[in-house]
Design a protein around this ligand. Structure first.
Ligand SMILES: Nc1ncnc2c1ncn2[C@@H]1O[C@H](COP(=O)(O)OP(=O)(O)O)[C@@H](O)[C@H]1O
Ligand SMILES: [Mg+2]
Length: 332
């Protein structure tokens, strides 16, 4: 049987009962997505968005209230050890025993799995995570950054195909965070899915191939940064630097082209041309050809994509406006 998506989530919902206040909390509210092998997927959202709950449900630690999710084509509610052994989960706290050494922790946690040569595997993962020289140090004596790397080693000891990382750098200083991010990037491989929960835009932008933006339990948008750009801002901006200013009649002709939505010339640097194109991939070669045919020397051609931060802020503003509108409706 050929399985297309390793992870398939349909309308997944998790409702908690807040007994004290006698109300329901819809932590995850009807989310759907598919994940394929080889990708690093980012689940981005503010605190309380439902990121941890989603991971806990997918890892089989919490039953969903409704909806469906499968891993390797198997319903997560019925997932047995055969599937569970392909999952690695880094929780928000590092989870190793502080008074055991790095090696002892890996030996202990590794012994739960059916690993042929555990010592060889420990050596390999320590090399991969660059911790070989700390092998005999007690975890409690490691810096926060190294503790997190030891935690990654533990989560990866059994070579899981699906790795869930919950806020992997949240508690780290910037340097240690960069370090851990670099290691995560090296883990990318074609037979693995790495699923990262994060409220850190920079992290997701740097590490992930695709991202879902989550707020109040709902996925607002999903795609690669460039897909989200196109989806949210409609057109894409291209910067073309030329050696000399572009003649006015040529600028006018460019403005008239069907695929050009807007033309702007940098006022201080007349040779900087900003174009809004309906599709960068299709039309960048066209516009370059046009300039070259008109003997304009081109110095640089660069897409000006919006950062994930701009995308995120735009989306959050939109949802807050929606909220205000729906609240007003209720009052009417
Ligand atoms: N075990 C629980 N019982 C009750 N409410 C919970 C529980 N776990 C999470 N929640 C609530 O669900 C919402 C989503 O939480 P969580 O998934 O931890 O968000 P995130 O990881 O994005 O910060 C929050 O409002 C949180 O208070
Ligand atoms: Mg969380």
């Amino acid at each position: 049987m050929k399985i297309t998506a390793l992870v398939d989530v349909k309308n997944l919902t998790k409702v908690f009962l807040d007994k004290k206040n006698k109300r329901e909390i819809r932590a995850v509210d009807g989310i759907s997505f598919k994940l394929n092998a080889g990708e690093i997927f980012g689940f981005l959202g503010p605190n309380g968005a439902g990121k941890t709950t989603t991971i806990r449900v997918l890892a089989g630690l919490l039953p969903p209230t409704s909806g469906y999710a499968s891993i390797f084509g198997q319903d997560i509610e019925k997932v047995g050890d055969r599937v569970r052994k392909h999952i690695g989960f880094l929780t928000e706290n590092h989870g190793n025993y502080e008074n055991l050494t790095v090696y002892e922790n890996l030996h202990f946690f590794g012994s739960f799995y059916d690993i042929d040569d555990l010592d060889a595997r420990i050596s390999a993962i320590l090399e991969e995570i660059k911790l070989t020289d700390r092998k005999n140090m007690k975890v409690g004596k490691l810096s926060k950054g190294l503790k997190q790397r030891a935690a990654l080693a533990r989560v990866l000891i059994h070579e899981p195909k699906i790795v869930f990382l919950d806020e992997p750098t949240a508690a780290l200083d910037p340097e240690a965070a960069v370090n851990v991010r670099n290691i995560i990037r090296t883990l990318k491989s074609k037979d693995k899915i790495i699923f990262i929960n994060s409220h850190n835009l920079e992290e997701v932008q740097k590490v992930c191939d695709r991202v879902a933006i989550l707020n109040k339990g709902k996925i607002l948008r999903m795609g690669s940064a460039s897909e989200l750009n196109k989806d949210i801002f409609g057109s894409q901006e291209l910067l073309i630097k030329t050696k000399s200013p572009i003649p006015r009649d040529l600028l006018a002709a460019i403005s008239d082209l069907d695929y050009i939505k807007n033309v702007r010339v940098d006022e201080s640097l007349e040779a900087n041309l900003y174009l809004h194109l309906s599709n960068l991939e299709c039309y960048t070669p066209e516009i370059v050809k046009l300039l070259v045919n008109n003997n304009i020397p081109i110095m640089e051609v660069r897409p000006q994509s919006h950062s994930l931060e701009e995308i995120y802020l735009t989306l959050m503003k939109e949802t807050n406006e929606d909220l205000i509108i729906s609240q007003n409706k209720e009052v009417e």
